[in-house]
Design a protein around this ligand. Sequence first.
Ligand SMILES: *Cc1c(COP(=O)(O)O)cnc(C)c1O
Length: 494
Amino acid sequence: MAVTYTSTRNRQETATASQAILKGLADNGGLFVPDSIPALDVDFGTLAQMSYQEVAYEVMSRMLTDFTEEELKHCINSAYDKKFDTEKIAPLVKKAGAWYLELFHGSTIAFKDMALSILPYLLVTSARKNHVENEIVILTATSGDTGKAALAGFADVPGTRIIVFYPKNGVSPIQEKQMVTQKGANTSVVGIIGNFDDAQTGVKNMFNDKQLAKELNEKGFQFSSANSINIGRLVPQMVYYVYAYARLVAEGEVKAGDPINVVVPTGNFGNILAAYYAKEMGLPIRKFICASNENKVLYDFFSTGVYDRNRPFILTSSPSMDILISSNLERLIYRIAGDDAERNAALMKSLTAEGRYEIDDNMRQKLSEFYGGYADEAETAAAIKRVYESDAYVMDTHTAVASSVYDKYVKETGDGTPTVIASTASPYKFTRSVMEALRGDCGDASDFELVDALNSLSGVPVPQAVEEIRTAPVLHDTVCDKADMEKIVRGILL
Ligand SMILES: *Cc1c(COP(=O)(O)O)cnc(C)c1O
């Protein structure tokens, strides 16, 4: 059965999976959603025998129905290979009364690798299927993490180029080092004199520049985006929930068909939405526990039915969750509105105009599977310390937010359902915050000194991603004024 993708803001706009991946965003700001989610008609006993790549094929082939078996297997096998430091790709470990699903074994040691290592292959395949002959140029503005994960994903993928802009004085030293040492003949990294918003605006302007698009097309290029609302990022994220459940069945921890809960440290709402889609496919998930940091706009939404971004933006130790507009929530709103694009579009219009919207009781009732919680900075640090002391297991700050919220949930409800916590980054990615949680103030210790301290304290080997940037040569040293971004892109491509 073919799955068609429709816009959350206009039922008339439809696309095949490959067209939706190529296009990224639907017209008028809508997001592509599957009009139906096919059942995963493979029993869990069979899935329990499969490798990550095999499970990925079962899940993704049901969602990306215009890809052939050969195309999809090529994408999966090119993505989930030696770039990951474990054959399991996403290992599940039992610690402190829950199952931690480690999604950080890819090349940039954070969960975005799960999707960004396959998106380049999905994009190139989609281009070929739709007779696009141009090379795909990924243009990205980054505040740190996404840029590196996208660079690592697209580096040396035939048929693609990637250009990343970052605020020269607005990312951490380790983040900058990770980007400017990026290998790959098709990669460019440019620091701009300006902030993240300037970089973002410059990129958006280039996307909307018809003249530039025309000139690029003449030279055989076209822009595309690796943005987190692309369904080419969402669908690969459904896989690891199914895989985790299959592992639990394989190890006799749950009986096939028994429910589990999932806890997801949430920012843009992509990861948790993938779990929701996995449930629609047949995965028995009882509760979706949505964990926020002090930017608790989602917690407030689940508690009151009001989404309100009019509040101060708080910088926390879990920066990848410092978000006030969770873009992927729109896909859930559309669902609970009964796939009503007009109703959804009206709510999103209100979000743009007033920064808030309110859902009605009927829609709220459909959110009963969700539980919203949040952890403040002290609770996050306490969770890192607690799990280290009880189980000698060191979590990163984002995972710690989830762990803390899960603790509160169990105390409040007494729910003993087996629970999977999405572990979204290696502690080595946020070493300073993690070491401060474990040891208190770290004074003037350099980031690499803290890496060594964390290594001796946890016994966990320093990941290759961190090791290699200690000595890696700088390969990108272009810095430009924010006004000159287009000039730089022309210089690179034309
Ligand atoms: C991006 C990110 C998140 C948030 O995921 P969403 O899909 O945006 O909700 C959580 N933790 C880490 C480490 C991330 O990089």
